[in-house]
Ligand binder design. Sequence first.
Ligand SMILES: *Cc1c(COP(=O)(O)O)cnc(C)c1O
Length: 371
Amino acid sequence: MKVPFLDLKAQYESIRGEIAEAIQQVLDKTAFAGGPFVAQFEKEFAAFCDARFAVGVGSGTDALWMALLGLGVRPGDEVITVPDTFIATAEAISYCGAKPVFVDVDPATYNMDPLKLEAAITPKTRAIIPVHLFGQTANMDPILEIARKRKLLVIEDASQAHGSEYKGRKAGSIGNAGCFSFYPGKNLGAYGEAGAVVTNDEELDRRMRMLRDHGQAKKYCHSYVGWNARMDGIQGAILSVKLRHLPDWTEARRRNAAVYDKLLAKVKGVTAPIEAAYGKHVYHIYAIRVADRDRLIAALAEKDIHCGIHYPIPVHLLDAYKELDHKRGAFPVAERSAVEFVSLPMFPELTTAQIEAVADAIGAGVEASVG
Ligand SMILES: *Cc1c(COP(=O)(O)O)cnc(C)c1O
């Protein structure tokens, strides 16, 4: 049975009429760059996140960069994050002229290990960016406690965690700022590039609104050097439509994950993801771990089942960061999971029959490799 890793078409078909209408409205108003449709989405997304403000920007990478700049991170600063993430988290730090410093992840949740955080703090540390990997939040209370004690900022990378919760609090609303990506494949995906920062800090909201628009609050009165990181109007209108469906899509992902959990519990040699007691996982990615990852992916591909790897190389070992001079073995949990991770097909429209086909094929594939 063909099982794609992701099926954006199935979702689009289910909202085709609403999307066409939303795009037509933007065309009729010629509100293409920023404007009323972005402002409307910002209001709705802030409410969704239980936050006071949301600032729409051009991508998740922009969101991280604008949040760091808005909070005053500067050249010479250090910002702590995890190696088990997409490179954008570290890139945004680098683009502020700051240095990314890594802390290994927890072996059960693959998120920042709070027990290893304090050892990474130096007098230059300004901020901490926990990444809510795969749709599950990091264990925020101990991170917030250390940040408070050491007077550090906390910026959540919630790019994979739209609607996820930590002890009843919404991802993105917990730290000084929360950054989201609306890349098409994310749980809330635009039909192009987009991102947002949410915050309860009114001053930060004001600064980021200026930063994303060439440092101006009033047209052509540029108070400082900013950037063009505006969200485009069509994406704002599309995201408003899709946000209305997100709670249903999240529940569908959770149901799909529960079916995987049940079927994979019977397969020896597979470590399935766990949902921590503190939170609500939204399963952007359903990643299992197996000993012979490449062989399993090849066996599944032969049956027309398509998987991903998030991520094959941890950030500290990427060529892009070779100047940081990290050696293999520096962050063993992240390094081991990078070798063992397989991201299974996961999207709201996945059928039970498809999940069963994937689980069967994994059973056959893993047993073959165990011998
Ligand atoms: C997708 C993603 C980003 C970057 O978002 P873009 O919209 O692609 O710029 C940043 N961090 C994480 C963890 C992501 O998954």
